[in-house]
Each structure stands twice: as C-alpha cells, then as structure tokens.
Design a binder for this molecule. Structure first.
Ligand SMILES: [Zn+2]
Ligand SMILES: [Zn+2]
Length: 198
C-alpha cells in the first residue's frame, strides 16, 4: 500500500544505473584519472531490445562488435571507435527481407561528476562504469535509412499485379486491364445497403 502511494507513474524516470553485466557497460578502473591515459577495448556485446526503427533494426541479442579507445581527459573519459551491428528489416520497394551489417562511429565524452561542461545531455561516469547503450542507440538510429532498400537499384513490385520485378525484369502487361473491371469501379456502393432491407 505504501509503495503504490508513491509517485511513480508520470514522474521523471530515475537515471538508470549501468548494469555491469551488460557488454555495453565498460569498467574504466584501468584508466587513472590522469589525462592522457588510454586503453583499447575490443569486445562483442549483445544488442539491447528495440534498437532500430519500424522498418529496420538490430535484432535483440545479436552480436555488436565494439572496437573502442577509451581516453582519460580532464573532464572525464572520451570514447571513440566503431560498433558493427546486424540489421534486419524489409525493403521499402519490394518488401523483401534485408539482412546486412552496418558499422557506426561512436564518439562520446563521459564526464566525471562535477566536471560537466554546460550540457544537460552530457553522459556521466557512474562509479567507474560507463554505459554505451544510449550512445549506441543514437548512433544506430541516426544511421538507419528511413526507406531501406534491399539494393540501391531495387526494381520494386509491379503496380498492377504486385509481381516482384527483381525476379522478373521482363515483366509487363501488354493488355490494359480488362474493361469489365473498369466498368465495375464506382458501381458497387448502393448494392450492399439495399440487399438486406427486404
Ligand atoms: Zn527490394
Ligand atoms: Zn504485373
């Protein structure tokens, strides 16, 4: 009862603490706070849920290959490098499945507490941990095409019959649509209503 009385719903979501078990959370204890120190990190993490947009995205749990450099700077830890993700989606023209990989660039400064620059969006070092998930999310989503294509010159579907024009480049309709069908268009509105009212 006391729990449900707490204002949880509708309030600001508390900052998520990095989960040290996540492959996207890096332990920075090897880096002293002396500016100039750096370490290379190469690892494979699991993709988080809902990484992508409606038409294309990264399957949850699929491997994310990280190749990063962590550099100690005065304000915090600067992370630069790349992430290679798997992409799954559907072609906007032919609806065929798209399965590919994509490399995105990552660059983010994680500030030490009290060293924030004037930036409300700044990421932070939490304890000795930094969480790459929001950084990866931004990089991947910004990189995704709004209209993904299975290939740049995808021929799409026949607007008349829906055939896949990639599989049948010579596809064409010699005859115009049967004129009887043309006659039917615009003809069917009154029929449904009148039939049941005997
Ligand atoms: Zn296509
Ligand atoms: Zn056709």
């Amino acid at each position: 009862m006391t729990l449900s009385n707490r204002v949880l719903k509708g309030s600001v979501v508390p900052p998520r603490l990095p989960d040290p078990r996540s492959g996207l959370v890096l332990d920075t204890h090897e880096l002293s706070r002396r500016a100039g120190e750096q370490v290379e990190v190469t690892r494979v993490a699991e993709a988080p849920a809902e990484l992508g947009i409606e038409v294309i995205g990264v399957p949850p749990g699929s491997p994310v290959d990280l190749d990063l450099r962590l550099e100690s700077v005065v304000e915090g830890i600067l992370v630069t490098g790349t992430a290679v993700v798997r992409l799954r989606g559907n072609c906007a023209r032919c609806l065929g499945e798209i399965s590919s990989t994509e490399e995105v660039d990552l660059q983010e400064l994680f500030c030490y507490p009290g060293k924030e620059l004037d930036d409300a969006e700044a990421m932070h070092v939490e304890g000795e941990l930094i969480d790459l998930e929001p950084v990866l999310r931004d990089a991947v989503v910004l990189d995704l095409p709004f209209t993904p294509l299975c290939r740049p010159d995808c021929a799409g579907l026949c607007p008349t019959c829906g055939a896949n024009l990639n599989e049948d480049p010579a596809h064409s309709h010699d005859e115009p649509i049967d004129p009887r069908w043309a006659d039917l268009t615009g003809w069917n509105e009154p029929t449904n209503e009148t039939k049941d009212k005997e």
